[in-house]
Design a protein around this ligand. Structure first.
Ligand SMILES: Cc1ncc(C[n+]2csc(CCOP(=O)(O)OP(=O)(O)O)c2C)c(N)n1
Ligand SMILES: [Mg+2]
Length: 577
């Protein structure tokens, strides 16, 4: 006989789970007791907030491709996971979220710490379960892993009432799945569709590949690189797709969209063939969607049929696993006749409008700090995570990623507070790699408690804090669209002049909070840098340090992320200054 809790934990082990980020409470205590029994096979990491645990699980999933697993108790523990689940849904991340629930007898009675978490999360999961019969545990966990990782990946929630955790049966670990409506195996591009794409490529004169998170998720970067080397078609990537093709390669157009490169946006606009692979024509990419890539034919390949013709109609829509489709395409594809003129045009755009650095006289610019970090780590296979805001966009532009699964960005949901816990999950999965959270001061503060997890669980992540004392991205929009009126975007005391937009210096004279002291309070190392001459030395110290480290870099707050295509506009309205 085994308890429901033991059965669930054993199912995790049987599914190859090596680590779970779990925060306990009354309704999940039996599960935690079981986790201690299985501690030799399964590491349990205690985050300091369930949201930290959920994002750590995502950092693990995003950098390995394996499902990340997090756990919380009922009620407030469960609701603290909601943002992580929504985040995983929008970025198609395989996440298994397990919650304790009140006993089945009191469900629906507003019992202590009861939330109907399945109802709460119905619209933000790929699938969800409330288990009321202990006999269902093994089947449900098997289905959950299958659903989370197959087809278009996504989050699956398993809500397990306490009495089911405590009940006892002889489990059947071979219980079959019962998913009559879910047939991902059928999603494969057909040979005639592949031939159509090959013919379109052959005829094209100005082709562009628009590659997204789907290519990373499907582990299809090698196939993408092969296609590019065969056809010499330039590649632009979405925020989720960065790393699929190496930045710095002449055929890389870097990121496209709102804060993408001038050359990527121009190239897509002028393309006569857009090869959209594992993307969803997100509004941050397309701007005004009717004007996006309107001069060319569109091929759209995606594993999720609901993405095809959702935002943008494709001339050749193909449902299928992108890795399979690219393998097949690479077998038959022939390069277009002559792309010389197209390559020359792109080289000219690249030359005239590269990603630019901020002012480089007074303070250290955020772009410069990121560039220096990249210089110091470019020869190793480092992993970068980010918060949300200007620093995130500058990291996407200036940290020249060359490998897939080395970049973790909350992209679809855009969740501040993502960077530090995601770095924890990435570091746990890749203990030998340097893992750096390039963060903003606002974002970092949202899950700063996870420094305790870093210290106590011995997870030496590094934080490059680009500290502009503001919610910089919102400040930028205030400057552009609200005549610079500061509306609660300054992060220091309200009696400082910056609070009402009357600061005169590049950065506030009185800085707040003292992140170095906070880092030290958590047991991490910390250093503050303002002088450019000190930056490289400090970055080296951070990278070499044997433990968690917070490098607080003072950067100006007047800087804007450019280029910028304002929301809902077109490449014609692209702002360079
Ligand atoms: C949880 C959450 N709340 C609010 C926002 C809206 N938002 C987007 S960027 C941003 C500013 C982020 O500031 P910071 O982390 O300091 O980064 P910076 O832009 O200054 O580099 C805000 C408030 C968000 N994305 N996520
Ligand atoms: Mg900031």
């Amino acid at each position: 006989m085994q308890s429901g809790a033991d059965i669930l934990v054993e199912c995790l082990v049987r599914n190859g789970v090596e680590v779970i980020f779990a925060y306990p409470g009354g309704a999940s205590m039996p599960l935690h007791q079981s986790l201690t029994t299985y501690k030799d096979q399964l590491r349990t990491i205690l985050p300091r907030h369930e949201q930290g645990g959920g994002f750590a699980a995502q950092g693990y999933a995003r950098t390995t491709g394996k499902p990340g697993v997090c756990m919380a108790t009922s009620g407030p523990g469960a609701t603290n996971l909601v943002t992580c689940i929504a985040d995983a849904k929008l970025d198609s991340i395989p996440l298994i979220a397990i919650t304790g629930q009140v006993k089945t007898a009191v469900i629906g009675s507003d019992a202590f710490q009861e939330t109907p978490i399945v109802e709460v999360c119905r619209g933000i999961t790929k699938h969800h379960y409330l288990i009321t019969d202990i006999n269902d545990v093994t089947r449900v966990v098997r289905e959950a892993f299958h659903i989370a990782t197959s087809g278009r990946p996504g989050p699956v929630l398993i809500d397990l009432p306490k009495d089911v955790q405590q009940a006892q049966i002889v489990p059947d670990y071979d219980a079959p799945m019962n998913l009559p409506g879910y047939h991902v195996e059928e999603r494969r591009a057909r040979p005639e569709q592949i031939a159509q794409v090959a013919a379109a490529i052959r005829r094209s004169k100005r082709p562009v590949i628009y590659s997204g998170g789907g290519v990373i998720m499907a582990d299809a970067s090698d196939e993408l690189r092969e296609l590019v080397s065969k056809t010499k078609i330039p590649v632009t990537m979405t925020l989720m797709g960065l790393g699929a093709y190496p930045a710095g390669d002449p055929l890389s157009l870097d990121m496209l969209g709102m804060h993408g490169s001038v050359y990527a946006n121009y190239a897509v606009d002028e393309a006569d063939l857009l090869l959209a692979f594992g993307v969803r024509f997100d509004d941050r990419v397309t701007g005004k969607v009717s004007e996006f890539a309107k001069h060319g034919k569109i091929v759209h390949i995606d594993v999720d049929p609901s993405e095809l013709n959702k935002n943008k109609e494709a001339h050749i829509p193909i449902v299928g696993d992108i890795k399979h489709a690219l393998v097949e395409l690479n077998k038959v594809v022939e390069p277009p006749d002559d792309l010389t003129a197209w390559h020359e045009q792109i080289a000219a755009w690249k030359k005239s409008d590269p990603f630019r650095f901020g002012k480089n006289d007074g303070l250290i610019s955020a772009q410069y700090a990121i560039h220096q970090l990249w210089e110091l780590t470019k020869d190793e296979d480092a992993i970068v995570t980010v918060g949300v805001g200007q620093h995130q966009m500058w990291a996407a532009q200036h940290y020249r990623l060359k490998n897939p699964r080395s970049w973790c960005s909350s992209s679809g949901l855009g969740t501040m507070g993502f960077g530090l816990p995601a770095a924890i999950g990435a570091k746990v999965a890749h203990p030998d790699k340097t893992v750096i959270d390039i963060d903003g001061d606002g974002s970092f503060l949202m899950n700063i408690q996870e420094l305790a997890t870093c210290f106590c669980e011995k997870i030496p992540v590094k934080v490059l804090l680009l500290n502009n004392q503001h919610l910089g991205m919102v400040v930028q929009w205030e400057d552009r669209f609200h005549a610079g009126n500061r509306a609660h975007t300054y992060l220091g005391p309200i009696d400082n002049p910056e609070a009402i937009g009357q600061g005169t210096a590049e950065s506030p004279a009185r800085r707040y909070p003292d992140f170095v002291t906070i880092a030290k309070g958590f047991g991490a190392a910390g250093r503050y840098v303002r002088e450019k001459s000190e930056l490289v030395d400090a970055l080296k110290e951070m990278i070499a340090h044997d433990g968690p480290y917070v490098l607080d870099v003072e950067v100006p707050y007047q800087e804007h992320v450019l280029p910028m295509i304002p929301s809902g506009m077109t490449v014609k309205e692209l702002i360079k200054e």
